[in-house]
Design a protein around this ligand. Structure first.
Ligand code: FES
Length: 156
């Protein structure tokens, strides 16, 4: 997984300046910042507001409206674990319990810096559940040990 550079106000300012001329520049700028740093630091809000002649509230509203924009650095690895109906029938909740009990990994614990196991609802892989998505790779028939190993940085 890509390691992102720390938030840097000067590079952020350069990105904003490069894209400010675009029509409806807020979203392209936010995407470019997230691509560069892996998240959009709230410090970007006044930069963008000033460059685009918008209020800070408008920029903040756009940043927080779209859930894909992250406002804090993300963990090194994110494992999305499906907890929708078909995967429930195939034991995903037992995985959640075992992860917590035997591996000390709480699902949806956004405070971990190393890895996050995040709930998702249906990955379209229902027949082969429980399903997970890691680094863009869809995995079927996962169990708690495999999820824990993925959290430790092992590849599929
Ligand atoms: S319910 Fe889990 S992949 Fe569809």
């Amino acid at each position: 997984m890509a390691a992102y550079p720390a938030w840097d106000p000067e590079s952020a300012r350069a990105i904003v300046a490069r894209l400010a001329h675009l029509e409806g520049a807020t979203l392209p700028i936010l995407h470019a910042l997230q691509e560069e740093f892996g998240h959009v630091d709230p410090q970007a809000v006044p930069l963008i507001a000033e460059a685009l002649n918008l209020s800070r509230a408008e920029v903040h509203g756009t940043l927080t409206f779209y859930h894909d924009f992250k406002t804090a650095p993300q963990p090194a690895r994110i494992v999305k674990l499906c907890r929708a109906e078909a995967c429930q029938a195939l034991g995903c909740e037992a995985i959640v319990e075992t992860l917590a009990r035997e591996h000390g990994i709480a699902v949806d614990d956004h405070h971990r810096a190393d890895a996050l196991v995040e709930t998702i609802y249906c990955l379209g892989n229902c027949a082969l559940g429980p399903s997970a998505l890691v680094d863009g790779e869809l995995l079927g028939r996962v169990d708690a040990d495999r999820i824990a190993a993925l959290c430790r940085g092992q590849t599929q």
